[in-house]
Design a protein around this ligand. Structure first.
Ligand code: ADP
Ligand code: MG
Length: 325
C-alpha cells in the first residue's frame, strides 16, 4: 500500500469513527430541590459527558449561593443581617437581586422577592401555614422597595426589620440560562438544560425543533399542549408542584405579595421567550396577576408569549400563539 492510499484509509477511518460515535449525551441530577436534566449532541460522547458535568457543577454553585435552606449561603447571610447593616455579597447575587427588583417594577409588584417575609412561614411538605395574625404582621415587610442594592459596592440592605428575600421565582431560570451559556461556549449546537419547570434550549434537535410538553395542571398523565422550540426558553409555574390542601383550600408556593397568601386565580402559566431568567420570573408573575392582567402584561412584551390555564381549567393564549386545532 502506498503512503498516499494509507493516508486516505486513515482519514476515512477517522471520519467514520467520529461520525459513528457522535451521539446524544445526557445526565440527570437532583439539585436546587428539583430535577435537573442536561442533554446535548456531541461528536465525542466522553467530552459531551464532561460538559454535562460542567453544567451540573454550575447548578451546584448557584444553589450554594442562593439557597435559603443553606445556612452558609450568601442569601442566608443577607436575610440574617441586612436589616442591621449592608451585607457584602458577590457581584452575581447583587445583579440578580437588581433584576428581581426590575421584574417587580415591570409587574407592578406581582413579582416580589420579599414575599419571603411571609413565605418562610409556610412549609408545604410539613403542611404548615401561618396564622392570619402572623400574615398581617409579615405583610409590613413585603415590599420590594424595602430592598436596597448598592451595585457599585455589591451590598444589600433592608430598610426595616422582618424583611426576607428568596430568589426561588427566578433562580432556576437564571441557572438554566447559565447552563445553556456554558454549552454554547463549548461549541454545542444542539442541547437542552432543564431544572424543574424551567428549560433553556440551545439550537434545534438536529434539523427538528425540540418539543416541550406542558402538563395538565390537574392530571400528571395529560399534556395540554406541545411547544416546538428552537433557541428558546420555556418556564411553567403551577400550583401542583409544592402544595397541600386543607378544608378545600390549596396552599401552594406562589404567594400573592399583597395578601401573603397563595395566589388562586389560575392553575398554571407557561411562558416562552429568549431569556430563561425572564420566562421564569414572568411565569411566577403572571400566575399572581391572573388571566386579564397577565395577558395584558405579556402583550406589551413582544418577545414573550404565554399560555394560562385558569382556575376553571380553561386555556388562554397570547396573540402570538394560536390555540391547537
Ligand atoms: P417553581 O419553583 O416550581 O419552578 P416558580 O418559578 O413559579 O415555580 O417559582 C415559585 C417560587 O417563587 C416559590 O417557590 C418561591 O420561592 C418564589 N415565589 C413565590 N411567590 C413569589 C412572588 N410573588 N414573587 C417572587 N417570587 C415568588
Ligand atoms: Mg418562576
Amino acid at each position: 500500500m502506498t503512503m498516499r492510499r494509507f493516508n486516505i484509509f486513515l482519514l476515512l477511518f477517522v471520519l467514520f469513527a467520529t461520525v459513528a460515535r457522535a451521539e446524544w449525551v445526557s445526565g440527570d441530577r437532583a439539585i436546587m430541590g428539583t430535577a435537573v436534566r442536561v442533554e446535548l449532541w456531541h461528536e465525542d460522547p466522553r467530552k459531551g459527558a464532561e460538559m454535562v458535568e460542567e453544567v451540573m457543577n454550575e447548578m451546584h454553585r448557584i444553589d450554594a449561593l442562593m439557597s435559603t435552606y443553606k445556612e452558609d449561603s450568601e442569601i442566608s447571610a443577607v436575610n440574617r443581617d441586612a436589616a442591621r447593616s449592608p451585607v457584602s455579597v458577590s457581584d452575581e447575587l447583587a445583579k440578580l437581586v437588581v433584576r428581581s427588583l426590575e421584574m417587580s417594577r415591570l409587574t407592578g409588584g406581582a413579582f416580589d422577592v420579599t414575599y419571603a417575609s411571609a413565605g418562610y412561614l409556610y412549609d408545604f411538605r410539613a403542611r404548615q401555614r401561618p396564622q392570619a395574625g402572623q400574615i398581617e404582621e409579615a405583610l409590613e415587610a413585603i415590599d420590594f422597595r424595602l430592598v436596597e442594592v448598592d451595585a457599585d459596592h455589591s451590598t444589600i440592605a433592608f430598610r426595616r426589620n422582618g424583611v426576607r428575600i428568596d430568589l426561588g421565582g427566578i433562580a432556576k431560570g437564571y441557572a438554566v440560562e447559565r447552563g445553556a451559556a456554558i454549552l454554547r461556549g463549548n461549541g454545542i449546537e444542539h442541547g437542552i438544560v432543564t431544572a424543574g419547570g424551567d428549560s433553556r434550549i440551545v439550537g434545534d434537535r438536529r434539523g427538528k425543533p425540540w418539543v416541550v410538553g406542558v402538563r395538565h395542571p390537574r392530571d400528571k398523565q395529560r399534556v395540554i399542549t406541545r411547544m416546538p422550540l428552537r433557541d428558546e426558553a420555556i418556564s411553567t409555574s403551577g400550583d401542583y408542584e409544592r402544595f397541600f390542601e386543607e378544608d378545600g383550600v390549596r396552599y401552594h408556593h406562589i404567594i400573592e405579595p399583597a395578601t401573603g397568601r397563595s395566589a388562586s386565580a389560575v392553575y398554571s402559566v407557561t411562558i416562552i421567550g429568549p431569556d430563561a431568567t425572564m420566562t421564569d420570573g414572568l411565569s411566577t408573575s403572571v400566575f399572581v396577576l391572573g388571566v386579564e392582567a397577565g395577558l395584558s402584561l405579556l402583550e406589551k412584551l413582544p418577545e414573550y408569549e404565554g399560555v394560562i390555564v385558569d382556575n376553571s381549567g380553561a386555556m388562554h393564549y397570547t396573540s402570538g400563539l394560536t390555540a391547537p386545532q
